[in-house]
Ligand binder design. Structure first.
Ligand code: KG4
Ligand code: ZN
Length: 341
């Protein structure tokens, strides 16, 4: 089965072609200009998707050496994300599905980050604990099989990636903040400042990042940062902040794995690209855990993970007619044995 997959939920325009589970092409165009505004401007993101989507689709088909007429199934991210940006990709995908008279499969972006764990690295085996850490979401999920999962915890305020972005902004660094913080953190002292690790009463697998962000704000105020800032100080604060987030994610994930007696942990989403975080999680292998991390290109937003998720969703769907007959309808989730994200 040949799949054309489209991802336009935020500031990456991406199109992939897959043959069943195999990625034949995965073209990603990142909208770096948002950095001038300190964050993603939704209106501009939509217009940029409109401008490049056809071009990127042509490129993805060309790279896969397939023609549009050979495609059997079209998939797109339909939720969650910036509504204007989602509509561009969804309607484009549905138009292709309608004209070729093939099924359209709606894909949940967070679910696709979860299944990106099967792309580009050592494949996980069910059951596993999945830590999804992106710009908009932080989630711990117990995954028993494809589309059989239980959400163990989410963030009660900011997402992990969002906290990197906000702290980077406070430090005068660019957007996205994660890679910028990481770039400075490697030069800094992680023990420069000890930030408190958040605790949420009676919710051991939930996360909170907004208090940590406020702690950074207070530290910068106490240091008279605006007056005293220099490369060394930025690096030290970045390293201390990064260490706190990594320790916090690791501690909570390990606790959930121990509680559920699962020895396999998958990390995915943009923050999982962080080298310090990867290193710390991989150290758990010494304690008998199996750690699975997607290939770097599949950590941040990409259409290959959309296609991969769509393939399994379509394969598992009890009523494949659902997709056939609802190509034009609202992309509600089909009745799979799953809790929706
Ligand atoms: O998964 P993703 O590409 O998009 C969303 O679905 O949100 O994640 C983007 C997030 C941003 O917040 C970005 O700062 C963060 O991932 N990120 C990182 C790194 N690379 C991207 N955070 C920490 N370290 C990195 N190397
Ligand atoms: Zn994402």
């Amino acid at each position: 089965m040949l799949i054309l997959a489209i991802e336009t939920s935020c500031d990456e325009t991406s199109v992939a072609v897959l043959e069943n589970e195999k990625v034949l092409s995965n073209i990603i165009s990142s909208q770096y200009f948002h950095s001038d505004y300190g964050g993603v401007v939704p209106e501009l993101a939509s217009r940029e998707h409109l401008k490049y989507l056809v071009k990127i689709t042509r490129k993805a088909l060309e790279k896969s050496k397939k023609k549009i007429g050979q495609i059997d199934l079209v998939a797109a991210t339909t939720e969650p994300g910036l509504i204007g940006a989602l509509l561009i990709g969804t309607n484009f995908a549905k138009a292709i599905a309608a004209s070729l008279e093939i099924p359209f499969v709606p894909v949940n972006h967070i679910q696709s980050h979860l299944y990106s764990s099967f792309l580009g690295g050592k494949k996980p085996e069910f059951p596993f604990i999945s830590l999804i850490i992106s710009g908009g979401h932080t989630m711990l999920v117990l995954v028993k099989d494809f589309f059989k999962h239980t959400i163990l915890g989410t963030t009660v305020d900011d997402a992990a990636g969002e906290s990197f972005d906000k702290v980077a902004k406070m430090l005068g660094l660019g957007y996205p903040g994660g890679p910028e913080i990481e770039r400075y953190a490697v030069k800094g002292n992680p023990l420069f400042h000890k930030f408190p690790i958040p605790v949420i009463k009676n919710r051991p697998f939930h996360f909170s990042f907004s208090g940590l962000k406020t702690s950074v704000l207070y530290l910068l105020r106490d240091l008279n940062f605006e007056k005293n800032k220099n490369e060394k100080l930025i690096a030290d604060v970045a390293a201390s902040f990064q260490k706190t987030v990594v320790d916090y994610l690791l501690k909570t994930t390990r606790k959930s794995a121990e509680h559920h007696k699962i020895n396999q942990i998958c990390i995915s989403g943009g923050v999982s690209a962080n080298n310090c975080l990867q290193k710390k999680f991989l150290e758990l292998e010494k304690n008998g855990y199996k750690i699975r991390i997607p290939g770097k290109i599949y950590t941040t937003d990409n259409a290959a993970m959309i296609g991969y998720t769509a393939y399994h969703k379509y394969k598992l769907s009890k009523d494949k007619k659902y997709f056939k007959h609802r190509s034009f309808a609202h992309p509600a989730s089909p009745k799979l044995n799953t809790r929706t994200f």
